[in-house]
Design a protein around this ligand. Sequence first.
Ligand code: C5P
Length: 244
Amino acid sequence: MTEALHAKPKADPRIIVALDFAAEKEADALVAALDPAMARLKIGKEMFTRFGPEMVRRYQGQGFEIFLDLKFHDIPNTVARAVAGAADLGVWMVNVHAMGGAKMMTAAAQALREFGSDRPKLIAVTVLTSMDAEQLSGVGISDSVENQVQRLARLARDSGLDGVVSSAREAALIRSAVPGEFCIVTPGIRPAWAAANDQVRIVTPGDALRGGSDYLVIGRPITRSPEPLKALEMIAAEIREAGF
Ligand code: C5P
């Protein structure tokens, strides 16, 4: 029998838990309460700056796949070396700013090619949701946010990237600009039972998936829940019931 027949199908959970903690112990306690078959973890700039690759390795050792959300944006050679560093660390996903341009994104995608099928997925941030038309015009972009999101999504695809981070509300816009296989990762998700916190344009897990998102980044409804695993299970059930 071939090895493929023996291979256990790998869980591909849709949920990515956003770890946003200033204290390592709090993050460790939360992660210990979660199940790697049900969610991946997102480690961003704050936690990576405080706790570094050691924390990534620790959670990987507990069976979790990691989205390293460092949004690299620099000259092509530097970003290529940074994403190769992420690949050496064995993360599942890493990202860059599409505003770094086609040369930067292409260099990043090429740097990952040598890691073969185990390479991290490489996705791009198009327009930060904190940017509106006025903020864009302040940095010299007079086009609409929607056009800019579509332009940068196409540029990411043409540069060999696997997908983009976007709000659920932009997913349809991105699917129409980039038909076919292209991964959309979406924050700003709130199940109906959860508090909105500071998220303004929130979307439920089912609506986000129906709208075209592939993976959902969910933080506080899980991380600040008195029963994180139960919150995760409730969201996973909601996703199953929505047919995903
Ligand atoms: O706690 P919450 O579910 O709001 O966390 C969402 C995560 O997604 C946070 O890590 C936040 O920084 C990130 N994010 C976001 N909105 C964006 C981009 C990233 O909420 N537009």
